[in-house]
Design a protein around this ligand. Structure first.
Ligand SMILES: C[S@@+](CC[C@H](N)C(=O)[O-])C[C@H]1O[C@@H](n2cnc3c(N)ncnc32)[C@H](O)[C@@H]1O
Length: 339
């Protein structure tokens, strides 16, 4: 096979994901000059590049080639400028203080940070990956980067040090999305709102209504503590490596006053026991699904509730049910939810 030396005839670009499966190849040359043989030869010759690398993009911090993504840290980096801009456009908070109360979770290579930090110079970021922390320090010397596991964040202390409830933003590591959400919910009085990228499937569970298949534990707790809404879906193609699932940007407006009022007679532990037990067998009648709990608490469910299923109750109904089961109220009235 004749190997052409036609580097000047074409510009071929190849980048692989970390499994070496994704390949994008394009050519600016005419098809006659850029034969498939030539392309394959170039692909073999070229060492696989790490993510985010093209010759013209090396000056962009979020197109850095030295940081290979780690699946274990849920590193699917945002790659599409249109979506990066759309996500950043949703953030509008604490402008007068340079965004002192904005916290980005998992900034990674800085796809969102690059834009947010320009507008909010006093924002804070929390990142676990040492390589990303070093990268951020070198590209954004004035950026506040906390090198730690977001799950060990003391949200109360952070909010107090930043002057009030926070706006938490970020493209979440998908492997720990649910624990992060529960940590935010638990600290909802220190968080004003959150704008987060996550799997569409999780976003649907957060916003699901009773009697839908997605309605469950996450829906109940998210909706007691916040007003959640899906802002827009995000296709897999805008991330590198490309994930297998569609994502979504979601906004949760925390409502600490409302949740404190709703939860004044029950503890979170009591509510958690009831909701989790009920949803363990979501299709069963409550007389069955809650049997272990009612036996232990020596309570009989009112007849009206016995035949209902967990997925038919609204979040506030679970609070009433918990109050009743733990002896904080005599009667309960749970209306039938509309189909
Ligand atoms: C989905 S990537 C998002 C990166 C970047 N924001 C973007 O959109 O391109 C998730 C980021 O969270 C970081 N991360 C993963 N687990 C973390 C944890 N427990 N605490 C803090 N950061 C974490 C990863 O290192 C990674 O940078």
């Amino acid at each position: 096979m004749r190997i052409p030396s036609g580097r000047n005839h074409m510009a071929c670009l190849a980048f692989y994901n970390n499994a070496g499966l994704q390949l994008l190849l394009w050519s600016t040359a005419s098809s006659s000059l850029c034969s498939w043989k030539h392309r394959i030869w170039l692909m073999k010759k070229k060492k696989p590049m790490s993510l985010h690398t093209t010759a013209c993009q090396q000056d962009r911090p979020d197109r850095n080639r030295s940081l290979l993504s780690k699946q274990s840290l849920g590193q699917n980096f945002l790659y599409d400028d249109g979506y990066i801009q759309r996500i950043c456009n949703q953030v509008n908070f604490d402008v007068e203080n340079g965004g002192k109360r904005i916290v980005e979770v998992g900034p990674g290579l800085g796809a969102l940070t690059r834009i947010l930090h320009q507008r909010y110079p006093n924002m804070t970021t929390i990142e676990i990956d040492r390589r990303a922390v070093d990268h951020l320090h070198s590209h954004f010397p004035r950026l506040e980067v906390i090198h730690q596991d977001v799950l060990s964040t003391d949200w109360k202390a952070l909010a107090e040090s930043r002057g009030g409830p926070l706006a938490v933003v970020g493209n979440l590591p998908y492997n720990i999305t649910t624990p992060i959400l529960f940590a935010l919910i638990k600290n909802s009085c220190h968080i004003d709102h959150a704008i987060l990228t996550m799997q569409l499937e999780v976003a649907r569970r957060i916003t699901a209504k009773p009697r839908s298949k997605d309605f469950g534990v996450l829906s109940v707790f998210s909706q007691i503590h916040s007003k959640p809404s899906i802002l827009f879906p995000i296709p897999p193609s805008v991330f590198r490596p490309i994930p297998q699932v569609t994502s979504a940007l979601i906004r949760l407006d925390f409502q600490p006053q409302r949740s404190t009022e709703l939860l004044q007679h029950v503890t979170t532990e009591e509510l958690t026991q009831v909701v989790r037990t009920a949803f363990q067998q979501r299709r069963k009648r409550m007389s069955n699904s809650l049997k272990s709990l009612t036996t232990r608490l020596q309570k009989n469910l009112p007849e009206d509730i016995q035949n209902r299923r967990a997925e038919e109750l609204r979040p506030e109904d679970f609070i009433q049910l918990t109050e009743y089961l733990f002896g904080h109220r005599e009667n309960i009235y749970i209306p039938q939810t509309l189909k």
